[in-house]
Design a protein around this ligand. Structure first.
Ligand SMILES: C[S@@+](CC[C@H](N)C(=O)[O-])C[C@H]1O[C@@H](n2cnc3c(N)ncnc32)[C@H](O)[C@@H]1O
Ligand code: SF4
Length: 342
């Protein structure tokens, strides 16, 4: 039996634009086949109006693939969320390159963000610029420090500012330097590479899908993927893909231009996909069958830890709210492990 589905997704990811000024080596943005564009404000308004009707108090992520701060009137999108869904929490992931003092003031004075996560893949200029191609270590670093300084000067509690590094062989020796650099931030976290469900592989994300498939099958139902139960992902044209790693929208579950979010969320295609995942029917899930995110759960081989994970996973499947928490905890453990791996 599959876990119960909440009435409405607890997180809504909205791809406000799908282009970027950077060319980070682990990101598929440079190979994306979809045309670069900005989500029409009209479609965005439709989405946010539904959040208003729902009296939404979950999470809104107004970005996905690409850099949202490149959208010239991006603050207008955020204001719409604030005015229609004032209890929602707004989280933005950004590369920080366009976070000028002018934009920082607009975001801060309007209280437009609850959490700002800056992706910063290297504690040194050399490591950073070898991963975050087209971006300048000095410029982004300055933008982030200025933003935090301005937030504190204005006496604002929000947004929380965190720094996130995707660890790869190019930067793993610079985690300490990153922590030293951003002592003013609220948190510095590291996480592992994903292979974008086999669509964008590099270095350590490369693996034999057959071996992987066997491993995953061997550990049937010990892993819990939250993607079909907590967030919904909306692409720039309103399409709803399988999850956040389906960056081309290959496995579409609906479209919120034609339907409401709630209709898509409870639609036949969503439920069939949930069933397939629950049964580990990878023939119906070509992307899931190659997704390294599941590998996160396979890392710890210690039988006691595996036993514990099975219990957590079993409980999480019955209680989606707990699932969200356990997901966050296992990610923290993963961050810790990967940072110690050096
Ligand atoms: C796709 S970006 C979009 C938002 C924004 N442009 C940024 O860089 O934060 C969102 C996050 O995905 C991360 N990311 C990109 N490629 C990744 C990969 N192969 N594995 C893990 N995380 C990745 C980025 O570092 C960033 O933190
Ligand atoms: S800044 Fe973000 S969207 Fe742009 S290339 Fe890097 S990871 Fe991808």
């Amino acid at each position: 039996m599959r876990p119960s589905v909440s009435d409405f997704p607890r997180a809504v990811r909205i791809e406000v634009c799908n282009f970027c000024n950077a060319r980070c080596i682990m990101c598929p943005i440079s190979s994306m086949q979809r045309k670069p564009r900005i989500m029409e404000l009209e479609l965005f308004e439709k989405i946010v109006s539904e959040l208003e009707q729902q009296r939404y108090d979950g999470w809104v992520y107004p970005y996905l693939n690409g850099e949202a701060l490149l959208v010239p009137n991006f603050p207008d999108y955020l204001r719409l969320i604030r005015s229609k869904a004032p209890r929602a929490k707004i989280v933005l992931f950004s590369n920080g390159s366009k976070l000028t003092e002018r934009l920082a003031r607009i975001l801060l004075e309007g209280d437009l963000l609850d959490l700002l996560r800056i992706s910063f893949d290297g504690g040194t200029k050399e490591a950073y610029e070898s991963v975050r191609r087209n971006l300048s270590f000095d410029e982004v670093r300055k933008n982030v420090h200025n933003f935090i300084e301005l937030r504190d000067r204005l006496g604002k509690d929000i947004p929380e500012v965190t720094i996130t590094m995707v660890v790869s062989p190019r930067n793993r020796d610079t985690i300490g330097a990153l922590e030293d650099e951003f002592r003013d931030a609220d948190d510095v976290a590291v996480h592992g590479l994903t292979n974008w469900a086999g669509q964008w592989e590099m270095g350590e994300t490369k693996q034999d899908p057959t071996l992987r498939h066997k491993l995953v099958t061997a550990l049937t139902r010990t892993n819990y993927c939250n993607e079909l139960y907590r967030p919904i992902t909306i692409l720039v044209n309103g399409d709803v893909p399988l999850c956040c790693v389906d960056y081309e929208g290959k496995e579409l579950l609906g479209n919120v231009r034609r339907n409401t979010i709630a209709e898509v969320w409870h639609g036949e295609r969503y439920n069939k996909t949930r069933d397939a995942l629950q049964n580990w029917d990878f023939s119906a899930l070509p992307l899931c069958s190659r997704c390294t995110n599941v590998r996160v759960s396979l890392i710890t081989k210690n039988p006691v830890v595996q036993g514990l994970k099975r219990c957590v996973s079993f409980y999480a499947q019955k209680h989606p709210r707990f699932a969200a928490k356990s997901d966050a905890i296992s990610k923290k453990i993963y961050y810790y492990r990967i940072s110690k791996r050096g």
